[in-house]
Design a protein around this ligand. Structure first.
Ligand code: SF4
Length: 351
């Protein structure tokens, strides 16, 4: 089993290999324990079924990401992000399936329209990794999976609203979709006169950097819209040489790179770790953009950090970094005109 993993990671990877890496990700906790030199009972307590821990959200860990988890360390911050645990069974007051009320901002299959100037397209329901704190782990993907004809309705909607100047490809992870489909969507968007920017929210360059291949770069480079990729990296150990290589390729295709993180208990809830993350991002050509407080999603309460503690961490972070490397501390509150900024600087805290 381990030989199979090592072989896949070490050989020179062809452009199409991301699909193989996607298909071969770890889904079984016994395999994971073996890969990480951990006791299987530490991941899957005796008498517990894996599906009990997963609470309806299956385990999925791609090999490039798994290879960055420190072997033998049950408390590794990357492992904590992807390892299902008994904590997911606990119900917590205020933690619900749709805390952002996204069902109310879903006028057409595949489209979320929360903020006036930008609209979000659910380009894929699939993700290469299943982050245990995911804010969309209960999202109604089966109702948001349009075929090409239904996409035409989405483009008509965008064409009719001249206040929308930015289209966001999201999901799931939009880069789970084939490049032919993404290129088609991007062309449709570029044909709408008031759309200026294409933004792509993705974790692929971090968890399977091989996804940033020639096919993806070809259509991105050819696209007339301004291009922004918002990465989702929570910890500096998520960034290795392959990730930096993928980011360099995106920059070379005239893509602006930003990062959003989620403040997660036991993962990155320290100013030192966050400062190291900002430094590593900037060294890789990425600007830290948002630091999110967690959304109150059912099965994820064990990652939650109270606002007062977040503000303390944020104040310490400011003392470690130049201002341009300090992300905005934000929370999403439904029915507001934008994300709610909790703090851009201590002393200037909004709440
Ligand atoms: S990549 Fe994003 S959408 Fe997918 S599981 Fe992780 S947080 Fe959720």
């Amino acid at each position: 089993m381990i030989t199979r993993f090592n072989h896949q990671l070490n050989k020179t990877l062809p452009e199409e290999s991301w699909k193989k890496l996607l298909a071969s990700g770890i889904q079984n906790l016994h395999e994971l324990a073996s890969f990480l030199n951990l006791d299987a009972n530490a991941l899957l307590p005796e008498g517990t079924q894996q599906r009990d821990l997963e609470a309806g959200f299956m385990t999925r860990i791609p090999l490039p990401y798994a290879s960055r988890i420190k072997k033998g360390d049950l408390h590794d911050p990357l492992l904590r992000q992807v390892l299902p645990s008994l904590y997911e069974q606990q119900s917590a007051t205020g933690f619900v399936a749709d805390p952002l009320d996204e069902a109310h901002f879903n006028p057409i299959n595949g489209l979320l329209h929360k903020y006036a100037s930008r609209a979000l397209l659910v380009a894929s329901s699939a993700c290469p990794v299943h982050c245990r704190y995911c804010f969309r782990r209960h999202f109604g993907y089966t109702d948001n999976n349009p075929g090409k004809e239904r996409w035409a309705q989405v483009f008509d909607y965008l064409r009719a609203d001249t206040g929308i100047n930015e289209a966001i490809l999201s999901g799931g992870d939009p880069l789970s979709a084939p490049d032919s489909h993404l290129a088609w969507m991007a062309e449709q968007l570029a044909s709408i006169p008031h759309i200026r920017r294409l933004r792509i929210h993705t974790r692929f360059p971090v968890v399977i950097p091989q996804r940033v291949n020639a096919e993806l770069l070809d259509w991105l480079q050819a696209l007339s819209l301004q291009k922004v990729v918002v990465l989702h990296i929570n910890h500096p150990a998520e960034i290795d040489g392959q990730v930096i290589h993928a980011l360099n390729r995106l920059k070379a295709a005239n893509v602006t790179l930003l990062n959003q993180s989620v403040l997660l208990k036991g993962v990155n809830d320290s100013a030192e770790v966050l400062a190291e993350l900002s430094e590593a991002l900037f060294a890789a050509g990425v600007l830290p953009y948002y630091l999110h407080l967690t959304d109150k999603v059912a099965n994820t309460a064990h990652f939650d950090i109270q606002e007062a503690e977040a503000l303390t961490i944020f104040g310490q972070l400011q003392a470690l970094l130049p201002g341009f490397l300090v992300p905005k501390l934000v929370r999403e509150i439904p029915n507001r005109a934008s994300k709610t900024i909790i703090a851009t600087e201590i002393g200037g805290a909004y709440s």
